[in-house]
Write a protein that binds this ligand. Structure first.
Ligand code: OXD
Ligand code: MN
Length: 591
């Protein structure tokens, strides 16, 4: 009986209506009880949905393979269903909500026949914190249940915290037939509702993540005066033991997880610097009573890109996956029943299955793991998880950082002149596309605040919301842009990246504290080469830093044309603060 879990009429109604639509054979409420999870793991292993890995080397870890046509977010099939099309804006796909409920409802009709519907009550943010939000996801996938357990806080205590309130997001997911032609990821921000059908890929089906914590939450944030951003949050502890926090937005698969968990270079470690990870993907940000911005990570785990994660690039992430984790679309090492992916180490297994489950050998020259293969790991496993990870009010932000993957244009780092100039900097972000979404890889596209695929309403209004927020923050963080990906004429990255990015973050914090001067350029302030600490860094000289921080007028003049084109789509809805900043940039470039 559902009433044993909650008497919340709205929750019961949502479940009943969804049962009537999807017609599952059974309904199971997820209580957070370990015995229930264990039974589900066993069931998933018995059907082949998951594979139990070596329990000595990887306790409580499992491998899952998605359908081969279902390996990434599908932006082309992701819709914002607002009553008015203009409220979804020119960047989002839009569908009329009535049409969406009807047409996609027909796909959900009877989709769970012969299956079980799982009811997952989950909290984004610590259960009961006033900054947290609750959702109920209904799904026919055990993989989703077990992944949601890692990525969010799940269970009876969430229903108890919700009580009789109607303030929860309704998420309905069915794998249906995994038919790519009938795959839809629909958001109804005006109804607090998400529908996802015909996919089993995490980014499309773990509804707490992109769908709720970014698309629906960004809409809620606009209405309620806060912000939901595609940002990592990290704390930098100096040798005196003071911790300062930075939130940073990068497009998908551009190294947010690596930056969030970075290991300081040796000379910093020796001095006593430490880096603490609060979150690697999403930040919910509010203005605190002290007029500063405070951020929480609403998630409970990491859904990280596996290839490229290794003991050099990100030991903390790799160590986070050593227990209680789920791997998706990686190589299965048949020699010891563990997992492997490209560049995990230099020893690909000889006897192995690739991400599709086919016999595979590295000598074939083909990749064994899918480029967007993932690990889903509990945040508490991370050796550098911040002691503020659960803090109900979050952490205060000293700086906001934007960054993209740009071979030329953007310098290693620059600081915006003020808040609105910072909003402009975020709005003009561009990056080369990656495998995290379906489509061509390596194409430069505008990805404002790294939120292009994730703003749940008109992006022009989202920019306006940033400008509005600026008026409420009396103690503003400074805003910066970084680019770790500048290349030389041979296409090699110039900046070493990874742990050495701390050298740039150190400059950023010094700027926040007014400890160093900077050079004014057309786009903002760049460092004097001497102020980036290159001690102990092989092959990098002050001259290299000079090169990395140049602002080339010609390239930037070209860039302004792209910005103008991008802005033109928003017409009159574009906030004047942004057109003014574009005009300033053009004037600066003409000086
Ligand atoms: C992610 C993404 O999975 O941005 O975090 O695609
Ligand atoms: Mn992301």
């Amino acid at each position: 009986m559902a009433q044993e879990f909650t008497t919340n009429k709205q929750v019961l109604k949502f479940v009943e209506e969804s049962v009537a639509l999807c017609k599952p054979d059974n309904v199971v409420w997820i209580t957070g009880d370990e015995a229930q999870y264990e039974a589900l793991r066993e069931e998933a292993c018995s059907t082949g949905e998951m594979i139990k890995l070596n329990q000595e080397l990887l306790p409580n870890c499992y491998l899952h393979r998605s359908a081969v046509n279902d390996v990434a977010r599908v932006e082309g099939r992701t819709f914002i269903c607002t009553r008015k099309e203009e409220d979804a804006g020119p960047i989002n796909n839009w569908m009329d909500p009535q049409k969406a409920y009807k047409e996609v409802g027909a796909i959900f009709e009877g989709a769970m026949k012969g299956r079980t519907m799982y009811v997952i009550p989950f909290s984004m943010g610590a259960v009961g914190s006033k900054f947290s939000k609750i959702g109920i996801e209904l799904t026919d996938s055990i993989y989703v249940v077990l992944s949601m357990k890692i990525m969010t806080r799940v269970g009876q205590n969430v229903l108890d915290a919700l009580g009789d309130s109607n303030d929860f997001v309704r998420g309905l997911h069915s794998k249906a037939d995994l038919d790519a032609e009938k795959r839809y990821i629909l958001h109804f921000p005006e109804d607090n509702t998400i529908w996802s059908v015909n996919s089993g890929y995490g980014g499309n089906v773990l509804l707490g993540k992109k769908c709720f914590a970014l698309r629906i939450a960004s809409f809620q944030g606009k209405n309620e005066g806060w912000m939901a951003e595609h940002m990592l949050i990290l704390g930098i502890e100096n040798p005196q033991g003071e911790v300062k926090y930075i939130a940073a937005a990068f497009p998908s698969a551009c190294g947010k997880t690596n930056l969030a968990m970075l290991i300081p270079p040796e000379i910093y470690r020796n001095k006593g610097y430490k880096v603490w990870c609060v979150g690697d993907d999403i930040a919910w940000i509010r203005v605190g009573e002290d007029g500063r911005l405070w951020a929480i990570n609403p998630e409970n785990g990491f859904f990280g890109v596996a290839p490229g994660t290794n003991m050099k690039s990100n030991p903390n992430a790799l160590l986070s996956t050593k227990k209680d984790s789920i791997f998706t679309n990686v190589v299965l090492n048949l020699e010891n029943n563990t997992v492997w992916w490209e560049s995990m180490d230099k020893n690909p297994p000889k006897n192995a299955l690739n991400w599709k489950g086919e016999p595979w050998n590295a000598e074939s020259g083909e990749k064994g793991a899918h480029p967007n293969s993932r690990f889903t790991a509990p945040a508490i496993n991370c050796p550098c998880i911040s002691n503020q990870f659960e803090a109900a009010n979050g952490v205060p932000l000293s700086a906001i950082v934007f960054g993209g993957r740009r071979a030329k244009t953007a310098p290693l780092v620059y600081q915006s002149r003020d808040w609105n100039a910072g909003v402009f900097v975020g709005s003009i972000m561009a990056s080369e596309t990656t495998a995290a979404a379906t489509g061509a890889v390596g194409v430069v596209r505008r990805d404002p605040m790294a939120m292009r695929p994730f703003v749940g309403y008109n992006m022009a209004d989202y920019f306006a919301h940033w400008v509005e927020m600026g008026k409420k923050i009396t103690n503003k963080p400074q805003i910066f842009n970084v680019n770790w990906f500048r290349t030389d004429d041979e296409g090699n990255f110039i900046w070493p990246g990874f742990g050495d990015n701390l050298r740039v973050l150190e400059w950023i914090l010094k700027r926040c504290d007014g400890e160093v001067d900077a050079k004014e350029t057309a786009i903002g302030y760049v460092p004097y080469a001497k102020d980036i600490n290159i001690e102990g860094l092989e092959g990098i000289t002050e001259q290299t830093i000079e090169e990395l921080t140049t602002v080339d007028k010609e390239t930037w003049t070209e860039e302004t044309k792209g910005i103008e084109e991008f802005y033109a789509q928003f017409g009159d809805r574009l906030p004047k603060e942004l057109s003014e900043n574009l005009a300033t940039l053009k004037a600066n470039l003409n000086k």
